[in-house]
Design a protein. Structure first.
Length: 311
């Protein structure tokens, strides 16, 4: 019987210092695994350094190495989508090129998926090397999204996973423009085995995720998988309207009883600013959903491929 085929999808952005190291370290693990044919699909997400040049050099010496190069930086979600779309393996491994996803776990992941699991995913049990603020915000994000979303996203979940072809095909059927893969992997269902691991520091280079980009990613996840913020804004707006009506009745009665009173100017200004702020927040929440509806209606491609070596 032919060996099963495993495609390793690796999104890359400005990883010229890590590509060769990753390739060597990953091969050390794959050489010890029998009964499978491995191939790589590296996605160069508009890197501005020598990432693509290094990928081409590796591909010259190893026909298992395929690469896709975008016309510009479209983001990691687009890179993940492109890799999954081009993958043809019986199983697909998704991992980062910075070696913070330990290649040594691949064998354990394969063993579990051969036992019948549809997906074997990883989660970090520590956030080594991260600042206190970043770690705290990450915990807060999982608490918020799991309290308002219909699906549960495992705390500490990473993109590092292996999936069956059936699960990959299901993920690809979700055609939305704004993608939040952590949520999509959970939404499609399927039996998932979780493996815990200790996070390691990067060997070379720096993380491409700034605090702002992580905040935007968190907003993307919340808006993509929950409409609770809209309901909250409606609820707060209703409370504000009721409160305003009660205050109006109070003003009418006090004026009828005590006559004209010019006092309360400062409190009135504060109330106007308070309710104005609530309205702006509500409009902002509605705007986030409206913007996504607008972008989805455009039906723009998630990415453009400038160059590749996939036949």
């Amino acid at each position: 019987m032919d060996d099963k085929r495993i495609t390793i999808v690796v999104p890359c952005y400005n990883e010229e210092k890590m590509i060769n190291i990753f390739y060597v370290e990953c091969n050390k693990v794959l050489e010890k695994i029998d009964g499978y044919r491995f191939e790589y699909i590296f996605i160069n997400d508009g890197s501005k350094d020598k990432t693509l040049i290094n990928l081409k050099e590796i591909a010259k010496d190893d026909n298992r190495v395929k690469f896709i190069s975008f016309s510009r930086n479209f983001g990691k979600e687009a890179a993940i989508l492109a890799g999954l779309e081009k993958s043809e393996g019986d199983f697909v491994v998704l991992m980062d090129a910075d070696l913070q996803h330990p290649p040594a776990l691949i064998l354990e992941m394969i063993n579990y998926i051969e036992d019948g699991w549809d997906s074997v995913s990883t989660k970090r049990i520590s956030r080594k090397g991260e600042s206190f603020m970043r770690s705290h915000c990450s915990k807060l994000f999982y608490k918020v999204i799991n309290s308002i979303s219909d699906i549960a996203i495992t705390r500490g979940a990473t993109d590092y996973r292996i999936m069956s072809r059936k699960m990959v095909d299901s993920v690809l059927k979700l055609g939305e423009y704004h993608r939040f893969s952590k949520g999509i992997f959970e939404w499609v269902g399927y039996d998932t085995k979780w493996i815990e691991y200790e996070s390691e520091d990067r060997i070379e280079g720096e993380s491409k995720w700034s605090f702002i980009s992580l905040f935007r990613y968190a907003i993307e996840g919340i808006v993509s998988f929950s409409t609770i913020p809209l309901k909250v804004s409606s609820f707060v707006g209703s409370l504000s309207a009721i409160g305003s009506f009660i205050y109006l009745i109070y003003i009418i009665f006090t004026t009828l009883i005590n006559g004209k009173d010019v006092q309360g100017y400062a409190s009135m200004i504060c109330l106007i600013m308070f309710f104005g702020g609530i309205q702006l927040i509500a409009l902002g929440i509605i705007g986030e959903y409206l913007a996504r509806t607008y972008m989805e209606s455009k039906k723009r491609p998630n990415y453009f491929i400038k160059e590749d070596n996939i036949i």
